[in-house]
Write a protein that binds this ligand. Structure first.
Ligand code: SF4
Ligand code: SF4
Length: 235
């Protein structure tokens, strides 16, 4: 813990600092269930129980500057076991939101900046995206039982629109095939948008509400534009 809070940090505590947050951090009974269930507890001394206590004490500067809030995976296991119903992951997201945006850890900051500009975290141009989608579809079409398979792009009036995780058009294109084979077997009427196809919302993970709304809004716009009522958002 010494890398996060110094002995004299307690002088800067202000127990009312986070009173306006809609969480019940002060109800923590320090039972430690959150720490026990957390998959990253112990990494760089990270401990959700201590983090909750620091929020309760109002140790804002120490928390915002520390690496702890960024070690959390946002899995929310801790919330499931907390007997006091404290929204620990949401609390941590709240701490993340207090960090200056240019100090958000590198890959998240760069990915979100790219997504705001281009619609996806990779900054992949639309032509390249369409090329990859069509290329993977052609590979499936060569498999027995999938003759003539195509990946419908921007299909108006389809039954289902699916978003895509950026790694599926980068390093894990094979994983696209599992989804698409299921669609084919189920005779699903599906489509993928050629623009703003990114399903990964790093506005959520970085505590950037505005970016989160923009990215979510783009998905809604795609659904309205293509007149589709059902969304598959496999994130
Ligand atoms: S949400 Fe964060 S603190 Fe809670 S269990 Fe998951 S990794 Fe740990
Ligand atoms: S599980 Fe809840 S009550 Fe128990 S230590 Fe963690 S935050 Fe506090």
């Amino acid at each position: 813990m010494s890398d996060v809070i110094k002995i004299n940090d307690i002088d800067s505590s202000d127990c009312q600092r986070f009173d306006k947050w809609p969480f019940s951090q002060d109800f923590c009974v320090t039972c430690g269930l959150c720490s026990s269930t957390c998959p990253v507890s112990g990494i760089d001394n990270f401990d959700p129980r201590k983090l909750v206590r620091m929020i309760s004490l109002g140790l804002e500067e120490q928390l915002v500057e520390s690496r702890w809030p960024w070690i959390c995976t946002m899995c929310a296991k801790c919330e499931k076991v907390c007997p006091m119903g404290i929204d620990i992951a949401s609390l941590i997201r709240g701490v993340r939101s207090l960090r200056d945006r240019d100090k958000v850890p590198g890959i998240l900051h760069k990915g979100l900046t790219a997504a705001m500009k281009t619609g996806n975290n990779l900054g992949l141009p639309q032509d390249d995206f369409v090329f990859i989608i069509e290329d993977v579809a052609e590979e499936i079409a060569e498999e027995p039982g999938f003759e003539g398979f195509t990946a419908p792009i921007d299909k108006k009036g389809a039954n289902l629109l699916t978003t895509i995780h950026n790694k599926l058009v980068n390093t894990h294109t094979e994983d696209l095939k599992y989804w698409w084979r299921i669609f084919h077997a189920a005779q699903e009427d599906w489509t993928v948008p050629s623009d703003n196809w990114e399903g990964t919302n790093w506005g959520l993970f970085t505590g950037d509400d505005e970016a989160m709304k923009i990215m979510t809004g783009r998905i809604v716009e795609n659904m309205e534009k293509l007149e589709i009522k059902t969304l598959l958002w496999p994130e």
